[in-house]
Ligand binder design. Structure first.
Ligand code: ADP
Length: 268
């Protein structure tokens, strides 16, 4: 099967951007983490969020996964609100069906792999498609085999995750996310918990997916070389705001803002 069939990317929305953050505010108590944030991501675009720790990057991904709720503003996906939100013009209501559909279209890979330890690798990858998408067991198994081959773990399909290295577990987590055929893939510091020698194997898998599909990716990473290689656009965050954005060649090669320069100087 050609990889483009195996890993379909996002179908464009109704002409507009696939994701739109519109004046999004997020507070935890008195701490304003995102402050009137506006940005968009087009279908098929790969956008990397960089910036110092605590600048709100992970919160953005968690809001998209509806693991957190916005305090204000609206997040639109495919032209519809992600959930009920209070925008500038008042309450924006989201249909229940749309909310369920949107959640299914977004996949996330976390820093801690979050695999089900009591299930085999195969069960980890087939569980979601069978129970949430209603895919037959045979079809889910076939897809799991293809995806595990793609991430280089075909022969570990019947192993338990606890027997795998961190890098292997993270590659299973990537296969598990892709098994749901997401339109949008969110990657949250997916190599931060790995021993240094395991990082490149995971990044190579992600590079391959980026190159062979048009899946929309939103990625938080400290791996600046990876960000440079895979991103169409880089957003530099500080204190819940976008300080600077641009193509990776410009952000990494010729940053305009002093804050970006000092951040890159510290991490590169
Ligand atoms: P980054 O990903 O850029 O490191 P985060 O989005 O993780 O930043 O965190 C931004 C800020 O939000 C931090 O000050 C963090 O302490 C705070 N924060 C994140 N999640 C929570 C939470 N569940 N409860 C309280 N504060 C939180």
């Amino acid at each position: 099967m050609p990889q483009s069939d195996l890993l379909p990317g996002g179908a464009p929305g109704a002409g507009g951007p696939l994701i739109r953050f519109d004046g999004v505010v997020k507070r935890f108590g008195a701490n304003t983490v995102l402050d009137e944030l506006d940005f968009t991501v087009d279908a098929g675009e790969r956008v990397t969020l960089i910036g110092p720790s605590g600048s709100g990057k992970t919160t953005i991904l968690r809001l998209l996964m509806t693991l957190e709720k916005v305090t204000g503003g609206v997040i639109w996906v495919n032209g519809e609100p992600l959930s009920h939100m209070r925008g500038k013009g008042g309450l924006v209501r989201a249909g229940e069906k749309h909310q369920r559909e949107v959640r299914k279209r977004i996949g996330m890979v976390f820093q801690q792999f979050n695999l089900f330890p009591n299930m085999t690798v195969r069960q980890n990858v087939t569980e979601g498609p069978i129970h949430s998408l209603g895919v037959s067991r045979d079809e889910a198994n076939q897809r799991a085999e293809e995806l595990l081959d793609l991430v280089g773990l075909g022969e570990k399909i019947d192993a338990h995750p606890t027997r795998l290295s961190g890098g292997q577990q993270q590659r299973v987590a990537i296969a598990r996310a892709l098994a749901m055929r997401p339109e949008i893939l969110l990657l949250d510091e997916v190599t931060s918990a790995l021993d240094p020698e395991l990082v490149s194997g995971v990044l190579d898998v992600l590079r391959g997916i980026a190159e062979s599909t048009d899946i929309t990716m939103l990625c938080v990473t400290h791996e600046m070389h990876f960000a440079r290689d895979v991103s169409h656009r880089v957003l530099m965050f500080d204190q819940g705001k976008i300080v600077e954005e641009g193509p990776p060649e410009q952000i990494f090669g010729d940053p305009r803002e002093e804050r970006t320069r000092t951040f890159l100087h510290a991490v590169l």
